[in-house]
Write a protein that binds this ligand. Structure first.
Ligand SMILES: C[S@@+](CC[C@H](N)C(=O)[O-])C[C@H]1O[C@@H](n2cnc3c(N)ncnc32)[C@H](O)[C@@H]1O
Length: 465
């Protein structure tokens, strides 16, 4: 059957912009949908013109995307409103035949980076009165929702007088932005100090291509935010974490105005809050450096945010004392000692674990902290059985960022594939504290110098010796 490719406009929200294209590509591969396009949007540009072979495909991708505001079937795209009117007027009569029956409709004006009053917007809408729309206007729930968009670039403080681009089209689907609010940490039953925000959690689940019935694991689960997102897309979720107190909801409350944790705070309670309890398998207290899963256990995806050692400790069970033995009578109440679990070791373990326990084609989605000045692709954790298919940066400060890495499993490992320590991975934590100390010293020196300068000025002004 021949495909009828049509142009669509993908309009993204201006948030986490580095993740947009990767998210759409992950969804395309999830649904095995092909698109055509001339170029990907420039970094800041919120619009992407693509072609889909059917409206169903456009709807499928758009309605699962967290980055997307909406998707329009693109009727016209020009540099000015005058040209746009010309293009719309020159369309063949048959083009409008589907829409010119008695369908209720609404035309909406959207502007990017410039504000217009309602009166000005209505004046713009009225210029479209030549469109052959015969149905009644319905502002709340129209059958045909048309949008006219003026794009004034991204410099909000200094927009041009005339738009760079104007678009006109029919709304096909909204993105999943409303879910971000629904899953807000502000109203979530159980959160921790490092709970991942819903937008990034959902983006991670999309990168992992979670689908109905998938088995998903987060081995550094904390308060379980990543499980909420994975379950939302149909995953059955498992988690583990070394922090007993966290998993039992016994850590100090994270909210400033909360004195003690409620009795029933837990990852499971969060799942219940979002009607996802049926997707919850279990959460286990486990040190990730000591894997307990059977070799035959396979997950469809592993989605995780390992500790960087800044806001939470990077620890594993162990001791530096030689030949350390515990008397058997103390075993039942013994709390194991912990030692440092350095970042290079964590990522070596995570990649080895994923190579072994993912299905072929399954994905590992994880964050990796970097110093921006040191960053090269060569310093990313690598494994012969895993291929990096996406790598997006989220800046954390002027000097640091974290990268969302998406790996896909290519093959089942044999013994030689198990990676030993990867020396190219720098220990982010070690450098972080060194850099912070240097920055603090520099700041103190600067402040002292400023005080001295001020004192010199004061002395000169007031002739003080
Ligand atoms: C960045 S937090 C994860 C936060 C989580 N994504 C959430 O939304 O709450 C990292 C977690 O790794 C856990 N962790 C640290 N060392 C561990 C280890 N050796 N084994 C398992 N979990 C560990 C910490 O207790 C912490 O909960």
């Amino acid at each position: 059957m021949s495909k009828t490719w049509k142009k669509y406009l993908l309009w993204f929200a201006q948030e986490h912009i580095a993740f947009r294209v990767a998210e759409i590509q992950a969804l395309l591969s999830l649904y095995q949908i092909e698109i055509k396009y001339q170029e990907v949007p420039k970094y800041n540009d919120p619009f992407w013109i693509v072609e889909f072979a059917s409206e169903e495909e456009a709807k499928l991708v758009a309605s699962r995307s967290v980055s997307l505001r909406n998707c329009l079937e693109l009727w016209a795209h020009e540099k000015s409103l005058e040209k746009l009117h010309e293009t719309l007027k020159n369309k063949e009569k048959t083009f409008y035949s589907d829409f010119s029956n008695n369908k209720s409709f609404k035309v909406e004006v959207e502007t990017f980076c410039r504000h217009f009053t309602q009166k000005e917007k209505i004046e713009k809408i009225e210029t479209f009165s030549y469109l052959p729309l015969k149905g009644p206007v319905n502002l709340k729930n129209p059958e045909l929702h048309l949008q006219y968009i003026e794009y004034y670039g991204t410099r909000a403080n200094d927009p041009p007088l005339k738009p760079y681009h104007v678009f006109f089209g029919r709304l096909v689907a909204n993105g999943l932005r409303q879910l971000i609010k629904q899953l807000s940490l502000k109203t979530r039953k159980f959160i921790g100090n490092t709970s991942m925000d819903p937008q990034l959690s959902l983006l991670m689940a999309n990168q992992a291509r979670v689908k109905n019935g998938d088995l998903v694991l987060d081995p550094f689960v904390g308060s379980g935010s990543l499980l909420v997102a994975a379950a939302q897309f149909g995953g059955y979720v498992f988690g583990s974490d070394i922090d007993y107190l966290m998993l039992h909801g016994k850590t100090k409350p994270t909210r400033i105005n909360q004195k003690v944790r409620e009795k029933d705070e837990s990852v499971k309670a969060n799942m219940r809050q979002y009607n996802l309890e049926h997707r919850y398998l279990d959460i286990l207290v486990n040190d990730f450096s000591m894997v307990f899963w059977k070799d035959s256990m396979k997950f469809d995806s592993i989605i995780t945010d390992p500790p960087y050692g800044i806001r939470e400790a990077t620890e594993r069970v162990g001791t530096t004392r030689e030949n350390f033995l515990i008397n058997e009578k103390y075993l039942p109440t013994h709390i194991p000692a912990k030692t440092e679990y350095g970042i290079p070791t964590i990522y070596r373990d995570l990649l080895n674990f994923s190579a072994k326990h993912l299905q072929i084609g399954g994905r590992l989605v994880c964050w990796f902290p970097v110093f921006r000045e040191d960053y090269t692709e060569d310093c990313l954790p690598a494994h012969p059985c895993l291929k990096i298919v996406a790598n997006c940066e989220q800046p954390l400060s002027m000097v640091t960022s974290r990268r969302l890495l998406t790996y896909e499993k290519l093959k089942q490992p044999v013994l030689e594939d198990l990676t030993i320590m990867d020396n190219r991975i720098t220990d982010f934590r070690e450098k972080y504290f060194v850099v912070r100390e240097v920055t603090r010293k520099e700041r103190r020196l600067k402040e002292a110098q400023t005080r001295r300068d001020k004192w010199e000025i004061y002395k000169n002004l007031h002739k003080v010796n």
